[in-house]
Structures are given as C-alpha cells and as structure tokens.
Design a protein around this ligand. Structure first.
Ligand code: SF4
Length: 419
C-alpha cells in the first residue's frame, strides 16, 4: 500500500468559472418529489433481505443487499482504491491519506440536506448504498475486513488518519462507538489517529465525551452552511430536514470543552448563498474559539435538491480559500481584510509581497481538513475531486505545481510573478 505522487500527470483543463459569486437569491433548492410508500425507509431492501457477500460495489441496476453498521461501513472510492479493494487511478495522486468511513443502513440518512447526495428524498429512486456522495460512489465493505488490512502494519499504512462520518439515524451514535472501539482495539491511535465527523442533531454532550474516551483525536461538526439563513433553507425547515443551527453550535461548544484547542472544527461549504464576508467571519469565530474550519467548494451533486444550481465560481472560491488560510494558519484577522459592498474580498490585510509568497507555497489551495503526518496545515483528508472535476480543480488533493499556481493566480486575478 505505497503512496507516491504521479510525476507526469496530464494537464488540467481550462478554467471555466462563472462570474463573481453565487448570491443568496440564486441558490434556492428545488422541492423534493414524493416518495412512494414501498420505498420509504429502505422498506424494499429490508423486505427482500438479500444477504451481503463481502464487498458491495454500488450498482443501481440491482437491489442492494441488506447491509448495516456496525458490521458494514461504506468508504470513499479513493479509500477503496488505496486499500486495494477497488481498481482505478486518480488524477495527480495514487492514494488518499484519509480513510473516510460512512455509517450505512437500508433506511439511509433521515435528514434531507439540499446539497447532499445521501439525502432522504433520494429513497424515491436510489437505494442508500447506491447513492453518490461528494461526487463519488461509496462501496460497502465489512468493517472487520478493513481493520484486518490496516492492522497488518499501521505504521506503514498510506493512511495518516481515519474518519468516521455519522449520519442522521437512530443507531448512529451507538454504531459510531462500536466502529471506533473496534478500530482502537486493534490499531494504535498514535499510528493512525481518528476523527469523528459528527451529526449533532441526535447527539448529547455525553456522546461527544464517549468518542473522546474511546480514543478519537479530533471532533468536527458538519455545519456546512455558513449562516443561519442558509442553514435553515438547505438543511432545516426549508427542505423538511430536522437540523437546527443552535443544536450544531451546542455540540461544537461541547467539542471545544472536551477535545480542547486545535482538536475540533467545523465543515463549511462555500458558495451556497452566503457572502465572502459572512463565511470569513465564521472562520474567524472558529479560530477565536480555538478550532479550525474545513472548507468545501459547493458543487451541484447529481440527484441532490441543488443539482440545477451553479458550482461556486472559481474566483469567489479562491478568494475565500486564500483568506481562510491566512486566518486559520497565518495569524491574519478578518478585521484586517477589506470587502466590497457585496461582501467580496478586496484586500487580504498583508503586504503584497507576503501574500505572493503564501500563494506561491500553494498550501492554501489544497484540500482543507484534519491534519496528517506532514505538517499541521496539510490535511490528511484530501478528498480527491470531492468538490470539483479534475478538469477544473477547486480543492487540490496534491501540492499544486507551477502551472496550477499560474492558473490559481489568474482565478484570483493577482498578476503572475515572473521568476
Ligand atoms: S445529515 Fe449529512 S449525510 Fe444526512 S443528508 Fe444531511 S449532509 Fe447528507
């Protein structure tokens, strides 16, 4: 399970950003279609009760087997390739550094978030195990099989981190504890630390404590929306989904108390209708609390309630990506930055020469998330092409090269420095 960067990757396609930014008025989710009674809650999967036989590769042309956590989990295509469970290649890199796991049930996630491929309304046309999520398929694999592979030699594993993603389901907490315990019983968390991507809606403070006691290293909250208005519209009342902004913040505060500085954070999707000023204020708030922000560029996930909407224009995304990196890792404060009357970044609050050096390092434009073994500001969770196609990369899952940096500078509208 070695892992090296491709030395001769094909060149990326042309930049095709839209203009400016995604305003609130445009980013309205569509209404879900009605789900036939026989497909609600994974009823047909449970009624047919087909026993799983090892690894299940998503295939919407056949009935999904009856699989559920904690015996089964789903994992990202990148993690499956890295583990050797699936064949395939990824543009620019041969592996992922994060083993992303997702709890799985025939009933699926009971929430209905508008941007998400796993959302409840999709039960109308797709079994849970067959749903695309952050642009890729998630094969289902017995948890014991994953542990057996990694436990063979954790120190030599390409994975720098493992992450359990919870979903909205009545069994989500208990099964997270079981999966976490199974892992830490066999694999030293110092060799491969564990992150929890939580679902606060069904959680208590005691649940957060339990994950810590069982050996988790970092606790993150998938806040996703940057403002209460965007939150309500995309994952609350607006789409008949159960989530509440206040509950997410309650669990985030619990995570801060229990996990401590630098060991908690929030996921934020950029370009769902918030302004750049609003999202960067949130980044600052998280830093002031002692945490980090992990950012995703909005992409219209196929089959989601926002699949008709534009991806975040690259200029908006690059401005936020760069400013977030300055706030999160370079000690710059949002108050030092300047914004226009639409809330767009017009100044980063540091001298041009310093800014140029940070752009040139390229780390600001890599995927953001929980750290791996290289350095604190390089995420283990590289999510290859989870928020863009390889032809128009939003979050770079590898260190951007010179040609990538030239493209990034054009997207930022900052002149290319002649070496
Ligand atoms: S709770 Fe998470 S997994 Fe469930 S629909 Fe919302 S974003 Fe998707």
């Amino acid at each position: 399970m070695g892992c090296i960067d491709h030395k001769n990757s094909p060149t990326a396609g042309n930049h095709q950003s839209g203009s400016d930014h995604n305003p609130f008025d445009v980013m309205q989710p569509r209404a879900p279609l009605k789900t036939p009674a026989e497909r609600k809650n994974g009823r047909h999967v449970k009624a047919n009760d087909i026993p799983p036989q090892g690894v299940y590769l998503p295939n919407n042309n056949i009935m999904a087997p009856h699989m559920k956590s904690p015996e089964y989990v789903q994992l990202s295509t990148a993690a499956a390739i890295t583990l050797g469970i699936m064949g395939g290649r990824m543009y620019g890199c041969e592996c992922t550094r994060c083993l992303n796991l997702l709890l799985t049930y025939p009933e699926g996630c009971r929430a209905n978030c508008a941007y998400c491929g796993l959302a409840r309304h999709r039960e109308a046309d797709r079994d849970y195990a067959d749903r695309n999520f952050i642009r890729v398929d998630w094969p289902a694999v017995p948890m014991a099989e994953i542990i057996d592979i990694v436990a063979g030699d954790p120190e030599a594993s390409p994975f720098h981190r493992m992450c359990i993603s919870m979903i909205t389901h009545p069994r989500s907490e208990d099964d997270t504890f079981t999966v976490l315990k199974q892992w830490t019983d066999r694999i030293d968390p110092d060799a491969i630390p564990v992150s929890i991507l939580s679902n606060p809606t069904t959680m208590t403070r005691a649940d957060v404590q339990r994950t810590k006691d069982l050996g988790a290293d970092i606790f993150t909250v998938a806040l996703d929306a940057a403002t209460p208005e965007v939150f309500d519209r995309t994952r609350g009342k607006g789409v008949r989904s159960p989530h509440k902004w206040s509950k997410y913040w309650e669990i985030l505060q619990d995570a801060r108390d229990i996990y401590g500085p630098q060991k908690f954070g929030a996921h934020i999707i950029v370009g769902m209708g918030e302004t750049e000023f609003e999202v960067l204020n949130l980044v600052q708030e998280l830093v002031d609390l002692g945490g980090h922000s992990h950012m995703f560029c909005f992409f219209p996930e196929q089959g989601s309630l926002m699949d008709h909407l534009p991806a975040t224009p690259r200029d908006q995304w690059r401005r936020v990506q760069l400013a977030r990196y300055l706030i999160d890792y370079q000690g710059v404060r949002v108050e030092q930055m300047s914004f226009d009357d639409l809330g767009r970044v017009t100044g980063y609050g540091i001298p041009q020469s310093e800014l140029s050096g940070i752009i040139e390092e390229g780390i600001a434009f890599r995927t953001s998330g929980c750290p791996g073994k290289f350095q604190d500001d390089i995420s283990a969770c590289d999510r290859p092409y989870g928020d863009s196609p390889p032809s128009d990369i939003a979050s770079y899952p590898f260190q951007p090269k010179k040609k990538d940096l030239r493209k990034i500078r054009r997207q930022l509208e900052i002149p290319v420095r002649v070496e």
